[in-house]
Structure formats: structure tokens, C-alpha cells
Write a protein that binds this ligand. Structure first.
Ligand code: SF4
Length: 228
């Protein structure tokens, strides 16, 4: 199964999201390039940390261009979307001006579509940075990934960058004022669906006590064969 094509612009959709309804996606990562602190075995964008397309050398979009493209995208829609969602080609909080973008996006939402909710789909790995954590806390739906409750499963399933540990992720998530957990349940050579891996994940969720847990399965293409 081939993986999905990377987003080549700031906005995409609106897509019909299983979780968020009609969602206008915001890609803060470089166009055509996956930029992430994880390399999940089920990633719909494939295994490589960096996939270079024709625009692959380009950097992160400027704050002004992000705001302009989202505003233009909203103007083109016949009605406001249910959600504006930070997601795209990797981990959205990697954008160096992420806090500024959140602040301006809240203003734009207030002016153009006050009923639309603001969400992020994050892998939870950068909440140790206070400015990032504070920005995420301002969003209506801080949807944070937690696929593993033990270090071995995190290492094999999420394949994080070397500085990232499970304990640090859990401590950072505990410090968030509001928390929605998202978890992909998979089976295969590495799995979190049963046994010790699943029990450890349950214990981690209980420790965090989020206001919601979104559990889902892989409906899109996955990076590694054998992931179910
Ligand atoms: S966190 Fe998301 S973008 Fe990053 S590797 Fe995992 S599934 Fe892909």
C-alpha cells in the first residue's frame, strides 16, 4: 500500500474527519516535506523523517503567509468549517513561531468564524517548552498522541528522536490544564492492542485522567507493512 502524498500548501481540505467533522487543515510544516520528532510505524506519510519534493528545500511558511492563506481559504468556503485543525506534514509545534500563529489564529477565528473550533493533532513530544504548552492550552481541542505506556513500545511503535522519553511526555501532559488523548490501536510486529503493552497504556491514560480519549484504527495507508 503506498502512503499518502505530503501536503504542498498551508491549508488543505476541508476534509471529512472521523473525529472533527468538516475540518480545514492547517499545515505549518515545510511544503512537501515530512518534519516530525516521531517516525510512527503507521504514519500515513511514510517512514522517512524528511521526504523531499520539488519544494523540499523550502523552509517553514512565514506567519504572515500562514495567516493570509487561512483567511483566503475561509473566504472561499460557502460556510465556516466545524474545525480549523493544526496538523499536516508532521508535528505542528515544530514551527518556530507556533505561539504567535496560535495567537493570531484565535483573532482570525473571532473575526471570521466564531463558531469554528480550533484543534491541534500533536504527538505530545514538545510540551516541555512552556511557550508551546501555553499556546496549545489556548486551543479548544488539544488532541495529544499517546500510543504507548511503556518505553519499549514507545521506542518500537513511535520511534521518537533520541532525546524524547516516555516519562518526560507523561510529565508534560500531566502539566496541561486540559487534555484530550488520541491513540492509534495497532496489531502486528509491534502492537498496543493487548497484553502488557495495552495494560501499560491503560495505566498511563489513568494517570493522565484526560477529559476524553479518542481511540481509532488505521484506515489510511501505513508506513510499515504488517501494521494492522
Ligand atoms: S507523529 Fe504523526 S506525523 Fe509524526 S510520524 Fe507519527 S503519525 Fe507521522
Amino acid at each position: 500500500m503506498s502512503v499518502l502524498e505530503l501536503q504542498r500548501d498551508v491549508i488543505y481540505g476541508p476534509i471529512s474527519s472521523r473525529r472533527l467533522g468538516r475540518s480545514l487543515g492547517i499545515n505549518l510544516l515545510p511544503p512537501g516535506r515530512k518534519a516530525c520528532t516521531f517516525d510512527c510505524v503507521y504514519c500515513q506519510y511514510g517512514t522517512a523523517h524528511t521526504v523531499r519534493g520539488p519544494e523540499g528545500q523550502a523552509g517553514f511558511p512565514s506567519v504572515d503567509s500562514v495567516m493570509q492563506k487561512v483567511e483566503e481559504g475561509l473566504r472561499r468556503l460557502p460556510s465556516p468549517p466545524d474545525y480549523l485543525t493544526f496538523s499536516g506534514n508532521g508535528e505542528p509545534t515544530l514551527h518556530p513561531d507556533f505561539p504567535d500563529i496560535v495567537s493570531r489564529m484565535l483573532d482570525l477565528r473571532g473575526r471570521m468564524c466564531p463558531q469554528t473550533r480550533l484543534a491541534i493533532l500533536s504527538n505530545s513530544s514538545r510540551m516541555h517548552r512552556p511557550e508551546v504548552r501555553e499556546a496549545v492550552a489556548q486551543l479548544d481541542d488539544p488532541i495529544m498522541k499517546l500510543d504507548a505506556g511503556d518505553p519499549q513500545t514507545l521506542a518500537r511503535l513511535s520511534r521518537p528522536s533520541s532525546a524524547i522519553t516516555l516519562e518526560r511526555i507523561l510529565e508534560d501532559l500531566e502539566a496541561m490544564p486540559r487534555l484530550i488523548i488520541q491513540t492509534m490501536i495497532i496489531e502486528g510486529a509491534v502492537q498496543n492492542a493487548k497484553g502488557e503493552a495495552h495494560e501499560a497504556w491503560l495505566a498511563a491514560v489513568a494517570r493522565l485522567s484526560p477529559e476524553m480519549v479518542q481511540i481509532y484504527t488505521a484506515e489510511r495507508p501505513v508506513a510499515e507493512s504488517g501494521v494492522r
